[in-house]
Design a protein around this ligand. Structure first.
Ligand SMILES: *Cc1c(COP(=O)(O)O)cnc(C)c1O
Length: 372
């Protein structure tokens, strides 16, 4: 529990360490492990997750934005920090100051990085990001070799790695992933033919780490699985991951709603008989998506209880199941285990029409965290 709120997430750093260990065990011993901690560690707290992951054997950290990288440096983290996509050129000063390793895929960024590194009399490492079929960021595969060869004229930047990202690695034996892998292999070959050393080669996200061993190369980049979440049903049988996040709250009030009494905005739920309803002090601003209104379950007294009425910004209400009594201050579980039952993040995500990645990020936005 936290001092200031009766709603919080519990983050199990032992689970993070366990997940690093079981994921690393899938790769050859000399394969590096990048803990992807963007979006504040998928809502788990980037600094604490980074430290736990590095202690457990992770070698690199991956973030999405320069601000995220700077925060890790300010927390005293010395490990290599990679920007997973190319940042705006206006950030190059910060990138160099904090020794972030940027992804690079445009000439404009290369020129800026080179000029500013030259001024500082340093050589800035970068990783070339190659688009092998997702059509998101990265240099087009067919242009990668000539582009990287052309970068040799910039003496103050150094190609330290080459990477790509999969669109569909959560689908076993997917043909598009095969194609991305083949294109990536071709890019690496073309680069070497042009006399360019691709440096550290990496491609695998969580699903590829578990389902596509041929994509491991020099390093794997795990986000979702690091937090104990499965990207696909097929990965459940491959790795014993431990979920790191639980979401809990204490009832602020429990009150009897009379027959026909409505609950919350719009009175979308009415009591069919006198019913005890608990008010929990968390809402959609804490990651309980409003679309879950009247269609989610939480745990109380080791039993499942229905959420009733619209989810508000800061509150939600729960109908106490018959036979369960609860009072102000009693603990409810929104995500996690209580007694013999468990509500998974996947269950909440599915009911909300989204994926566990988004559900975790959402719970990370405002709820205070307790590390266990
Ligand atoms: C977010 C991200 C990852 C991690 O993906 P997961 O599926 O969560 O493991 C890896 N690589 C890149 C480039 C990413 O943007």
């Amino acid at each position: 529990m936290t001092k200031t709120r009766w709603a919080w997430t519990e983050i199990d750093l032992g689970a993070i360490a366990h997940n690093v260990a079981v994921l690393s065990a899938l790769t050859p011993a000399d394969t590096d492990f990048m803990a992807v901690v963007k979006a504040d560690g998928y809502g788990h707290g980037a600094v604490q997750v980074s430290k736990a992951a590095l202690d457990a054997g992770a070698t690199h950290l991956g973030v999405a934005t320069v601000d995220e990288g700077v925060r890790l440096r300010e927390a005293g983290i010395l490990a290599p920090i990679h920007l997973l996509s190319e940042p705006p050129s206006s950030t190059v000063g910060l990138v160099l100051l904090h020794r972030l390793v940027p992804a690079l895929c445009t000439l404009e960024f290369a020129e800026t990085l080179h000029r500013q590194a030259l001024l500082r009399e340093t050589v800035a490492p970068f990783h070339l990001k190659v688009d092998t079929g997702m059509h998101r960021t990265g240099i087009r595969a067919e242009d990668a070799a000539s582009f990287s060869a052309g970068l040799k004229r910039f003496s103050a930047i150094k190609l330290a790695g080459t990477f790509t990202h999969f669109a569909n690695a959560d689908v076993p034996n997917d043909w598009d992933t095969e194609r991305q892998l083949a294109r990536f292999a071709q890019v690496l070959e073309e680069m070497r033919t042009e006399g360019v050393d691709p440096g550290m080669v990496h491609a695998a996200n969580s699903p590829a780490t578990m389902l596509w061993p041929e994509s491991h190369f020099d390093m794997v980049r795990c986000g979702l699985a690091l937090y104990g979440l499965h990207p696909a049903p097929e990965t459940r049988t491959k790795v014993d991951l431990r979920p790191a996040m639980a979401v809990k709250a204490r009832a602020g009030l429990v009150k009897r709603v009379p027959l026909g009494g409505g609950v919350s905005y719009g009175l979308t739920w009415r009591a069919a008989s006198p019913t005890d309803v608990a008010t929990l002090p968390l809402g959609y601003a804490d990651g309980v998506h409003r679309v879950l209104s009247n269609s989610m379950e939480v745990l109380v007294g080791g039993r499942r209880a229905k959420q009733v009425g619209r989810v508000c910004m800061d509150q939600l209400m729960v109908e106490l199941p018959r036979g369960v009594t609860a009072a102000r201050g009693d603990e409810f579980v929104i995500v996690g285990r209580q007694g013999s039952d468990c509500v998974t993040l996947d269950e909440v995500a599915e009911r909300a029409g989204t994926i566990a990645h988004e559900a975790a990020c959402s719970f990370g936005m405002r709820l205070p965290r307790v590390y266990v």
